[in-house]
Design a protein around this ligand. Structure first.
Ligand code: ADP
Ligand code: MG
Length: 442
């Protein structure tokens, strides 16, 4: 197996089977024309080409670096173009490589413009934005934490893209790559080069630092890198799946340093944010979906935003290959597995009864027009959960709750969003009820 095939094998493990068979399987690696910093792959048709270029190039580059320890630029070409690539003279090829290497590991579509902001991520967004405007001076380090697929890498790279475009030397690296690079330099006895590389950048973006846990040698090295960079006022951004305090197996002196600047969290997105993200992804990937379908997808996917891209790729693949338009039935059919996994079959009655029981009032009261404080409170929560956990439309909810029309529901949902953002107790109550509702139906 050549290196290109090995990388594709790694990629296979990271993506869904359908993505693999629809797209990645068709890639062939050009062993002859690829170099240590340029990987050329061929695809059979333009459809696959565009999708792979936008969706997988950065990932493939990343896997190359994991495997080989050096940065590569990935080039995807149509199969019949291979002659042109081999007759390119060496000079232009070298020049192109130079230009490419600079940008290789930051995904260019990870920008602030493409990042949808909502209550769940606005704090982290504001922090990263501010750091991108004044690197090294506001919050250093900036530590972002949150669950898988919630946009940590995207945000950190958005700052990286801004600063790199200003000519700053930005290094983006996952902890895993950092470890590989470290061991490679130890093996080759070239640690000075390793140190030089990381201690002389302007911005260090280090992703998924939780994997530093238990790796003492690397922690020692990272500690010195950290000190050197911070001492020179160079910006460091770190991400992890949990806050510094909760990462086990990391030296205290590192943990405390992670908290020196600012620690910001990202929470799972609310329905509105999920909808905004899907809309944006559709725009970027040129997939056309109706509002109804977007709403459906947003309710089907649970929390990770990463799933959205897999879903869009699935829809895209099916509709192109089977020559059908994407309508709601088609989407439901394609997503039936996801829907089964993530969706309880909760009805509006289930939710109303559950909330009523929890808050010690009668279900009929929740659906009444009563205006007492605790009824209004219970009604708001119920409406919100019904919207989040079922596929009811606003007019359907208005009818169920005896409200005039969908604007009344929309107004209530807006009010609840404000409460969730500003009232920690309210937010927790919603989370608790949502959780108990989901588990009670398993
Ligand atoms: P994490 O690093 O937290 O696991 P990523 O940054 O890799 O998550 O995000 C997973 C995918 O979801 C990426 O394609 C990213 O662009 C997308 N994504 C996450 N949050 C948002 C958001 N708020 N707006 C737009 N896209 C988002
Ligand atoms: Mg990430």
């Amino acid at each position: 197996m050549n290196i290109g095939e090995e990388v594709l094998k790694l990629l296979k493990e990271e993506i869904t089977e359908i993505e693999y068979t629809r797209y990645i399987k068709h890639l062939t690696y050009d062993l002859e024309n690829s170099t240590s910093d340029l990987a050329i792959f061929y695809v059979p048709n333009i459809l696959v080409l565009n999708w792979i270029k936008s969706r997988y190039s950065a990932k493939i580059a990343h896997l190359f670096e994991v495997k080989t320890g050096s940065r590569v630029t990935v080039e995807i070409q149509l199969k019949n173009q291979n002659q042109t690539s081999s007759i390119k003279n060496n000079e232009t090829k070298a020049q192109e490589n130079k230009n490419r290497v600079k940008h290789s590991l930051l995904n260019p579509s990870h920008t602030f413009e493409n990042f949808m902001v909502g209550g769940s991520n606005q704090f982290a967004y504001a922090a990263v934005k501010s750091v991108s405007e004044k690197p090294g001076s506001t919050y250093n380090p900036l530590f972002i934490y949150g669950g898988v697929g919630l946009g940590k890498t995207h945000l950190m790279q958005a700052a990286g893209n801004v600063l790199q475009n200003q000519g700053k030397n930005v290094i983006y690296i996952t902890l895993e790559q950092f470890l590989n690079d470290f061991t490679r330099h130890i093996r080759n006895k070239t640690m000075e080069r390793f140190q030089e590389k990381y201690r002389q950048c302007d911005v260090l973006l280090i992703d998924d630092i939780q994997f530093l846990s238990g790796k003492d040698g690397l922690q020692e090295e990272f500690f010195h890198t950290f000190e050197a960079l911070r001492g020179k006022g160079k910006q460091i951004i770190i991400t992890a799946d949990k806050p510094p305090k909760k990462i086990a197996g990391i030296e205290e002196r590192l943990k405390s340093r992670f908290e020196w600047g600012l620690v910001a969290d990202i929470q799972p997105p609310e329905l509105e944010t999920k909808i905004a993200i899907i809309e944006r992804k559709c725009e970027i990937n040129k997939v056309k979906l109706s509002k109804e379908i977007i709403h459906y997808i947003a309710t089907v996917i649970d929390s990770s935003v990463r799933e959205i891209e897999g879903i869009l790729s699935k829809l895209h693949a099916y509709s192109q290959l089977m020559h059908v338009d994407i309508d709601l039935d088609f989407v439901k059919n394609v997503l039936k597995d996801e829907a089964k996994e993530n969706q309880s079959n909760l009805t509006l009655d289930d939710i109303t009864q559950h909330v009523a029981k929890n808050l010690n009032i009668k279900p009929s009261e929740i659906r009444s027009k009563g205006r007492s404080k605790n009824l209004v409170y219970a009604r708001r929560i119920t409406i919100y959960l019904c919207r989040e956990l079922t596929q009811s439309t606003m007019p359907q909810l208005a009818q169920y709750f005896g409200m005039k029309d969908h604007t009344a529901i929309s107004h209530t949902l807006k009010k609840i969003k404000d409460l969730i953002e500003n009232d920690e107790d309210f937010k927790l109550k919603i989370a608790e009820l949502k959780n108990s509702l989901k588990t009670s139906t398993i």
